[in-house]
Ligand binder design. Structure first.
Ligand code: PLP
Length: 363
């Protein structure tokens, strides 16, 4: 049988691993930070009708400029943004890839701050952009001084922040973003996939866009919006940034059906986001109970919790799996990450943790 090594693949891809969250179907799936609540049925009906209408003209290419969708996304974000500021693609991963294609590439580099979203370095690799791993301060924070020091030392073309950060849940001060922006002439990307889960009143990097044409804020409908399967990510930036992305996107990259589904879903934004407060409550409950059980959960501004104090993450992950519960082992020593699910799913996880922790202490 032919193996990957036998193929004349690009040298810089040899030996790399693909994105690898195990994709298993179990009663309780809390491993990839989805919104585990299904979308409301009346909204689903509206979305189906919108898709059905679009299907009648699916012999034609879709609106290449996805104008209606950009209007809807601008309306959803507010902050004085309009369609010229908005770009979208099939998931924010594709948005990030297009950014890296336009502003990175061979001979260029991107600075990120691990532990962070694994796709940032994977997309860097696939676009031939050198990945520079910066270091965070204590408690996974990034101070303005730390960001500036790394930028001055490594001279990247792009800086990637993730706020709130996956997998730690850590927030990021706007002062750090501003300091990074002012420290070089490159592009600053803030991945705000979890923005809707931030504490209320916490400002988004969207508020910094005015007058900063090299700042890009990426968002997704995959998490809070309960739309992961539909694949819709987007960004807000200066209109010149979207012009840059038009140079690298494939023509008609957003299917007419995706556009129709997303526009219909955005028309029901309050209903789609109705479960966010409940998810935040479940997240806080996870932190409380895991602390009682003797673990060390990190404070989270997203819909998941990274917790330490795990003697044997592999063992605990497998024990949970054997009980029909999947969470995430990211290879951070002594740590696992769990997504906040419905009340019932969260209870199942916490009950299993209680049982396993007692077992472990008894043995
Ligand atoms: C889940 C996640 C995304 C979402 O990717 P999509 O392609 O939009 O589903 C983006 N960034 C981070 C940090 C994430 O955790």
């Amino acid at each position: 049988m032919t193996s990957l090594d036998d193929l004349p693949i690009r040298d810089d891809l040899r030996g790399l691993s693909p994105y690898g969250a195990p994709h298993l179907h179990l009663p309780v799936e809390l491993n990839v930070n989805e919104n585990t609540h299904p979308i409301p049925e009346d909204v689903a009906r509206d979305i189906i009708e919108a898709i059905a209408r679009e299907l009648l003209t699916v012999n034609r290419y879709p609106d290449r400029e996805f104008t209606a969708l950009r209007d809807s996304l601008a309306g959803y974000l507010g902050e004085g943004l309009s369609r010229e500021n908005i770009w979208a693609a099939n998931g924010s991963n594709e948005v990030l890839q297009q950014i890296m294609q336009a502003f990175g590439g061979p001979g260029r580099s991107v600075l990120g701050f691990p532990p962070t979203y694994s796709m940032h370095s994977i997309i860097a690799a696939s676009t031939g952009t050198a990945w520079i791993a910066g270091q965070r301060d204590a408690d996974y924070l990034i101070s303005p001084a730390t960001a500036v020091e790394w930028i001055e030392r490594t001279k990247p073309d792009i800086v990637f922040f993730c706020a709130p950060n996956n997998p730690t849940g850590t927030g990021l001060g706007l002062d750090t973003i501003v300091a990074a922006y002012d420290a070089f002439d490159g592009v600053v990307v803030v991945d705000e996939a979890y923005a809707e889960f931030m504490p209320s009143g916490r400002p988004s990097a969207l508020t910094l866009l005015e007058g900063r044409p090299r700042l890009i804020v990426s968002r997704t409908m995959s998490k809070a919006f309960a739309f992961a399967g539909a694949r819709l990510g987007y960004l807000a930036a200066d209109p010149a940034v979207t012009d840059a992305l038009r140079l690298v996107r494939l023509p008609y990259h957003l299917s007419a059906l995706t556009q129709a589904a997303a526009v219909a879903a955005l028309a029901h934004a309050p209903e789609m986001l109705a479960m966010v407060d409940d998810i935040k409550a479940q997240r806080d409950r996870i932190v409380t109970v895991l602390t009682e059980l003797g673990y060390t959960p990190w404070p989270s501004e997203a819909n998941f919790v990274l917790f330490g104090g795990v003697d044997d993450p592999e063992w605990l992950w497998q024990q949970l799996l054997d009980r029909g519960i999947i969470i995430r082992n990211l290879g951070i020593p002594g740590h696992l990450r769990v997504s906040a699910g419905t009340a019932a799913e969260t209870t199942a996880f916490l009950d299993a943790m209680r049982e396993l922790t007692v077992d472990r202490m008894a043995s």
